[in-house]
Structure formats: structure tokens, C-alpha cells
Design a protein around this ligand. Structure first.
Ligand code: MLT
Length: 404
């Protein structure tokens, strides 16, 4: 008789954004006349930039001619894209990352879920609380997180690093030493940023303790303030302790196109084994590469036109962030984030729980957001709104919330 991976049975409920999607669908079916504004999942609304569309068209034409047709992409990504990334995201910022330390994939969500496979099940993970649920859930599926305790909303074998208003939504170095540390900055869900000095402390800590940092920089394009690092490799010593994950979803609107990458410096080793070679082995075995067409679109992100058009797109979403922050503050809400990130983190009014506020907003304002408690116990009493809507819908949503 076959057996299942019963770690899956330990997972509470369904994936956060699936639960929200279901609730909204049910509400919508029961109230078809209501026009719902979705500021829940961080999905983009602006069309792909013209430079990207041109690159896509050209690549499609190439696929239609026998001289330029391409089959399987190289496992680790086409050289033209890896070079563009190494130059545009790293060398241009003074970070020493070579093209062959970059692994192209179909997005940071998969990479952030899969990366744990190259680590021993004995490792203990540390996560911010609240946290992007993929990091914890995928470790739970692998059997690394112990038992889920309903009452506390925590896993028995995970180190939680609370990020609350009291500590400015910045995790403190944990008392118990973890093996793997997940950090995401600018942060999803709180929208908080980390300074370079603070990130340097994490890098020094990881090197000192022999821990690895898995650094999710998916929202880097939204950084607007000086002193906030765009990459962990801006910190000294990060090459021996950090893996960085990047996405094209948020900076270039690729949520439906799918492209991302992972950086593993060659110096990052466990004993004599390089993590780079383990991930290369995993990638080669389990993955056939992002499509040529999509990788050409990714290359266009780094072109002069692409960069200018995408800076405008980021500015468009950050204008929404300002509308949300200012509107909510004027309405008396306590709000943070929205300055270096497209997420706004607000305190729910009075004693309302995150899910109560979710229902209230859905029913009374027909606005969808994300309950903070869905990201972890320290998210209780908070709520996340995304700046990725259209400007018109964002203004209307805030108008409706203010009118409550
Ligand atoms: C979110 O809303 O947190 C993100 O869109 C989820 C994701 O990027 O997978």
C-alpha cells in the first residue's frame, strides 16, 4: 500500500491567497451586483511595457523560423539574460556577482519554495513573523517544522522573529541559533525596509554562527530611500552566507509571464560542498528552463527603454501607495509601509481581528485586502493592502473605506 507524504496533513487550512480567492468568489456569487475592488494579492494591473512587448514579438518571430528556432533552454538560463542580470542588478551597484552564479527560473515563488530541498531536514529555520507563507509551508511539506500548534498559530520547530510596531517591524537576532534564516526586504507583508547597516548585522551574524540567509529581494525596485540596500551582496561577507531570490513579477509586471532568478555565490559552502553545485544539480534534474521568449522579455527589462518605462510603472504603483497611506491616515488608521514597498500595513480598528476586518471591508466597502494573521501570529490585528491596483480603483477603494 502506498503512503502519502503526511507532512501535508499537518498544514493548517489552504494557501492564504487560495482561501481569500474562495471567500471573494463566494461573496461575489451571492452578491453579483456588487463591484469588488481587489487590493489583496500582490498582482499587477498595468500592461507589459512597450520594450518588453517588442522583445516578445521579436522572440516569437524567431521561434517561427528554422534558422532562429530554439528548443530546450540551457538549464541555468541563457547567457544573454544572465549577463544582463549580472551587469544590471549587481555590477552596476558595485556587487561582485558573476553571470554563472545566477540561475534563471520561472519565478521567485517556486525558487523560495524549492531552495530548502538542498538543505538537511535537521536544519532549523528562522522566519520573520508575519512572513510570506511560502517559506514556512514548503518547509512544513518537507517535514522540517515540527507540529503545528493551533492555539499559538506556530510550528513547534520554527524560530519566529516577531516584527511588530514595537520593533519597527524589524526582526531582532534570535536568541536560539537557526541554521537557515529567511529574510525578505523590502518586506512582504509589512512593507518595512531594512537599512544596509542592519542587514550587515545579519550577514555578520550568519557568518559567525554558520547559518545561511535566504534573502528574498522581490520588491527591491520599490526602494525609494537612500541607505536601503537593493541586494544583500551590498553587504560585506554576504558571498559566504547568502542566497538571493529575485522576481520579475513586481518590477516588470511578469506575474503572468513568469520569470525570476536565484543567486548562489560560489564561495557559499557547507564544509567542502558548494551550494551552487547542489542547486545546479537540482535545477538540471528537475527544471527545463524558462522559455526563450520569456528570457528575451527579461533581457529587455535591462535595456535603456525598458528601464525608463519600468521606472514609470513603479512610480505609478507608488502613487497608489501614497493615496492609500494618506487616505487611511486621514481616516484615523495607523499605517506603515508604502514608502520602499508596494504594500501598506495597517492596524485594524478597535479590537477587530484581521479576518473580522477582512469580512467587514468586503461586505461594507466591497474592497478585498489580506488579513495580517494569514502571515503569522504577529500579523493578528493588522491588514495588508497592495498598491498594485489601478490608480482609479485605488482612489475609489480608499474613498469607500473613508466613507465607512
Ligand atoms: C503576495 O500577495 O504576497 C504576493 O503576490 C504573492 C506572491 O508573489 O506569490
Amino acid at each position: 500500500m502506498f503512503k502519502i507524504n503526511d507532512n501535508y496533513l499537518k498544514l493548517p487550512g489552504s494557501y492564504l491567497f487560495s482561501t481569500i480567492g474562495k471567500k471573494v468568489r463566494e461573496y461575489s456569487q451571492a452578491n453579483p451586483e456588487k463591484e469588488i475592488i481587489r487590493l489583496g494579492i500582490g498582482d499587477v494591473t498595468q500592461p507589459l511595457a512597450p520594450a518588453i512587448i517588442t522583445a516578445l514579438h521579436k522572440a516569437v518571430d524567431e521561434m517561427g523560423a528554422s534558422e532562429t528556432f530554439r528548443g530546450y533552454a540551457p538549464d541555468l538560463g541563457y547567457e544573454f539574460l544572465r549577463e544582463a542580470i549580472a551587469e544590471g542588478d549587481y555590477r552596476a551597484r558595485g556587487c561582485e556577482i558573476a553571470a554563472d552564479e545566477i540561475f534563471v527560473s520561472d519565478g521567485a515563488k517556486c525558487d523560495s519554495g524549492n531552495i530548502q530541498e538542498i538543505f538537511s531536514l535537521d536544519n532549523k529555520i528562522a522566519v520573520c513573523d508575519p512572513v510570506y507563507p511560502v517559506y514556512v509551508d514548503t518547509n512544513a511539506m518537507a517535514g522540517r517544522t515540527g507540529v503545528y500548534e493551533e492555539a499559538s498559530g506556530k510550528w513547534s520547530n520554527v524560530i519566529y522573529m516577531p516584527c511588530t510596531a514595537e520593533n519597527g517591524f524589524a526582526p531582532e537576532l534570535p536568541k536560539e541559533t537557526p541554521d537557515m534564516i529567511y529574510l525578505c526586504f523590502p518586506n512582504n507583508p509589512t512593507g518595512a525596509a531594512i537599512t544596509k547597516d542592519a542587514l550587515q548585522e545579519w550577514v555578520d551574524y550568519a557568518n559567525r554562527e554558520g547559518a545561511v540567509i535566504i534573502y528574498d529581494a522581490a520588491y527591491e525596485a520599490y526602494i525609494s530611500e537612500d541607505g536601503v540596500p537593493h541586494s544583500i551582496y551590498e553587504c560585506e561577507g554576504a558571498r559566504t552566507c547568502a542566497i538571493e531570490l529575485k522576481s520579475f513579477s513586481k518590477n516588470a509586471g511578469f506575474t503572468g509571464v513568469r520569470l525570476g532568478y536565484t543567486v548562489i555565490p560560489k564561495e557559499l559552502k557547507c564544509g567542502g560542498t558548494s551550494l551552487h553545485s547542489l542547486w545546479a544539480r537540482r535545477h538540471g534534474t528537475k527544471y527545463n528552463g524558462a522559455p526563450y521568449i520569456v528570457q528575451r522579455a527579461g533581457e529587455a527589462v535591462y535595456s535603456k527603454e525598458g528601464k525608463a518605462q519600468l521606472a514609470d510603472q513603479v512610480a505609478y504603483y507608488m502613487k497608489n501607495a501614497k493615496v492609500i497611506c494618506e487616505g487611511l491616515r486621514e481616516a484615523g488608521y495607523t499605517v506603515s509601509g508604502g514608502v520602499n514597498a508596494p504594500y501598506i500595513w495597517l492596524k485594524t480598528p478597535g479590537t477587530m481581528t484581521s479576518w473580522e476586518f477582512f469580512d467587514y471591508l468586503l461586505e461594507k466597502a466591497n474592497v478585498v485586502g489580506t488579513p495580517g494573521s494569514g502571515f503569522g501570529p504577529s500579523g493578528e490585528g493588522y491588514f495588508r493592502l497592495t498598491a498594485f491596483g489601478t490608480y482609479e480603483n485605488t482612489v475609489r477603494a480608499i474613498g469607500r473605506i473613508r466613507a465607512l
